[in-house]
Design a protein around this ligand. Structure first.
Ligand SMILES: [Zn+2]
Length: 314
């Protein structure tokens, strides 16, 4: 009888796991420190890691989990634990690793939605984990596989109704023979960054994360912006400030010159092709040093302006 009532208390989806305690602590349980009341706790936490001003929060988080890790005693772990106790500054390697790792992943993710031809154009819907961007040797997918998904165990668990789900461990500190302790700690921090960032990627907030083209700070939109932005992404602080307005004004002035030059080019013989000649005219007026490539990048806008001027005259 007692047994039967106990069974009734189990919901249909509850797992019957033999693994308990540590293995069950996932992000769904209150793992993110101090963010239980945030509407989007994971995104808020990641933004705080990214801004670099919350190193103390990152440190407390890492230390709390390291204490769990060191509950399992091995001679190797005991040596490491003593070294960490003797030199509290060592832990900053893990903090740095987590912040740097999070920034690298955020940049790779955000940049995958930028146009290669025009870095001011941003289309979040184009973001993907497979691109290998210029100047990088690996994709975001490969980074997350290496740092987390291929190295950290995940378990399949049976639910009462026979259905199954995957249960992840939170990242554990993993002493590696061939690394110095500071390198081990850095890798540990990066693994935690991959843990959280991979969860963000798998959530509806993945497209909300953005980076300001002006001050380079990370921020999030209330709702993910899906449409393309052509002239730069700016955080709420920079938007409408003098410097962004000046940038926009000089951009407009250059395009006006380019439009005038584009129209002037026709009818006269030239040694240079049209894009080279137009770039030269813009450089003369604005002290820039653009090549034909700049004209190609802005060709659509220039042609739209040429069209608008012709329509206004005609
Ligand atoms: Zn900004």
């Amino acid at each position: 009888m007692e047994n039967a009532s106990k069974h009734r208390q189990l919901s249909k989806g509850e797992t019957l796991s033999p693994i308990s305690g540590l293995a069950r602590r996932t992000v769904e349980s209150p793992l993110i420190p101090g963010f239980r009341k945030e509407p989007r706790p994971l995104l808020s936490f990641i933004l705080r890691v990214l801004d670099g001003k919350h190193a103390q929060m990152v440190r407390q988080h890492l230390e709390a989990f390291l204490r769990f890790d060191f509950q399992i005693s091995t001679p190797e772990r005991d040596v490491i634990q003593r070294r960490l106790a003797d030199d509290p500054a060592l832990i900053s390697n893990a903090v740095d690793g987590m912040i740097a790792g999070m920034r690298e992943m955020a940049d790779m993710w955000i940049d995958s939605g930028k146009s290669l031809l025009n870095p001011e154009a941003d289309t979040p819907a184009d973001r993907n984990v497979e691109d290998v961007q210029p100047g990088r040797e690996y994709s975001l997918a490969l980074l997350i596989y290496r740092a987390l998904l291929r190295t950290e165990p995940a378990y399949k668990e049976l639910c009462r109704d026979g259905s199954q789900k995957i249960i992840e461990h939170f990242p554990r500190f993993d002493p590696q023979q061939f690394l110095e302790l500071d390198e081990m700690l850095k890798a540990h921090g990066r693994k935690w960054a991959a843990f959280y960032f991979s969860r963000l990627l798998d959530s509806r907030d993945s497209l909300s994360l953005s980076r300001c083209d002006h001050c380079k700070s990370y921020f999030a939109y209330e709702r993910a912006r899906l449409r393309k932005v052509k002239h730069g992404v700016f955080c709420p602080k920079c938007k409408g400030t003098g410097s962004v307005k000046r940038t926009e004004a000089s951009r407009k002035a250059r395009l006006d010159t380019a439009t005038r030059a584009w129209i002037e080019y026709g009818g006269k013989p030239h040694r240079l092709n049209q894009r080279e000649w137009v770039a030269g005219e813009v450089n003369k007026s604005h002290g820039t040093s653009f090549g034909a490539r700049w004209v190609s990048q802005h060709l659509k806008e220039i042609q739209e302006r040429v069209e608008a001027q012709r329509n206004a005259k005609g």
